[in-house]
Design a protein around this ligand. Structure first.
Ligand code: PEP
Ligand code: MG
Length: 323
């Protein structure tokens, strides 16, 4: 399937209206990196660092991690890599971590909650990232932030590590961009100051949708009841787009839905200009975006919503069939 889209590799994802959508890929292991070249991705929009922790039998050492992150950046050849700090805990149990007995692991002690409570691991990971990026830009993204206080605290930890590394005489990153993953509905309603503090925001659609509809993303039976193109979910996305536009902060979407062409196009029409997906989805998504006017689709969506529809999949696919 990748070959079918090979001719698009070096072309931008620009709609016939002239709007360009930046397409990034998701990654987590060294083995994913060669796809960066082949897929035509502009960079890695989500690097899931926990995968490296999950495949080991011990906590990786700082030097080991730094060497690994350095190789990831080398392989990216100057393209940006958004490193997401550890998203572990509860369901993603590390072999060397004491299992937590929690009734609702997805809503439990995970991600940045663990990072802030177990500062040592978060600090070690940030030090490894700083050392790996010496002289190069560094993008750090904190997962599963539910309120501004958590972001401020994580941000402070990063700043402390940067000044500590600087005092040790290490070469600093040439640029540092800090962002949050928006994966809980609460963060969409955070004070404006939160959005202004971010250099970028990335929607973790898998988690955001699961918490918005209160439907377990792992449970097929309930997951399929709620469509991403449900108007309530799209309203939430509009709200997020508006917050980011007001604060002038770049917004991306990096859940599985970003790799589904109709969903991806809908996100683009709502104003999300960056999408990050598995490498194999980049071709099909780009192919569709290049065929249509994103501006026209925006009008179709606005009209369908004004008519009071509850789900926009039908009007969108009908419109697509006419293009
Ligand atoms: C998400 O929640 O959409 C996401 C990108 O993170 P993960 O799938 O790793 O939870
Ligand atoms: Mg998530």
């Amino acid at each position: 399937a990748q070959n079918r889209y090979a001719s698009l590799r070096n072309l931008p994802a620009t709609g016939t209206c002239g709007t360009t959508i930046q397409l990034y890929m998701n990654a987590g292991l060294m083995a994913d990196l060669p796809s960066l070249e082949g897929s035509g991705a502009e960079g890695v929009g989500l690097f899931r660092t926990e995968l490296q922790f999950l495949i080991r039998s011990h906590v990786p050492r700082r030097a080991e991690l730094a060497a690994l992150y350095r190789r990831v950046m080398d392989n990216a050849k100057g393209r940006p890599v958004m490193f997401r700090t550890l998203d572990i805990g509860s369901d993603k149990v590390l072999p060397y971590m004491k299992p937590q007995d929690e009734p609702n692991p997805a809503m439990g002690w995970r991600a940045i909650r663990v990072g802030l409570d177990k500062r040592g691991v978060l600090r070690m990971q940030l030090q490894a990232l700083i050392r790996a990026s010496a002289g190069r830009p560094l993008h750090v993204m904190f997962p599963f932030v539910a309120d501004i206080g958590e972001y401020e605290e994580a941000y402070r930890v990063l700043m402390q590590e940067l000044s500590r590394e600087q005092k040790l005489g290490r070469e600093m990153p040439s640029d540092i961009r800090v962002g949050a993953m928006l994966e809980t509905p609460s963060l969409a309603f955070a004070p404006r100051r939160f959005f202004e503090m971010c250099d970028f925001v990335s929607i973790g659609g898998n988690d955001l949708k699961q918490f918005f509809f209160a439907a377990d993303r792992e449970n097929e039976r309930v997951r399929r009841r709620y469509d991403t193109l449900n108007v309530s979910f799209l309203s939430l996305l509009r709200q997020i787009v508006q917050c980011c536009e007001e604060a002038r902060v770049p917004l991306s979407f990096c859940g599985e839905d970003a790799g589904r062409p109709i969903e991806a196009l809908t996100f683009a029409a709502l104003g999300i200009r960056r999408l990050s997906m598995r490498p194999a989805s980049i071709g099909p998504v780009k192919h569709l975006i290049r065929r249509v006017s994103i501006g026209d689709l925006r009008r179709v969506i606005d009209e369908a919503e004004a008519q009071g529809l509850t789900n926009l999949r039908r009007p969108i696919t009908e419109w697509l069939a006419r293009q």
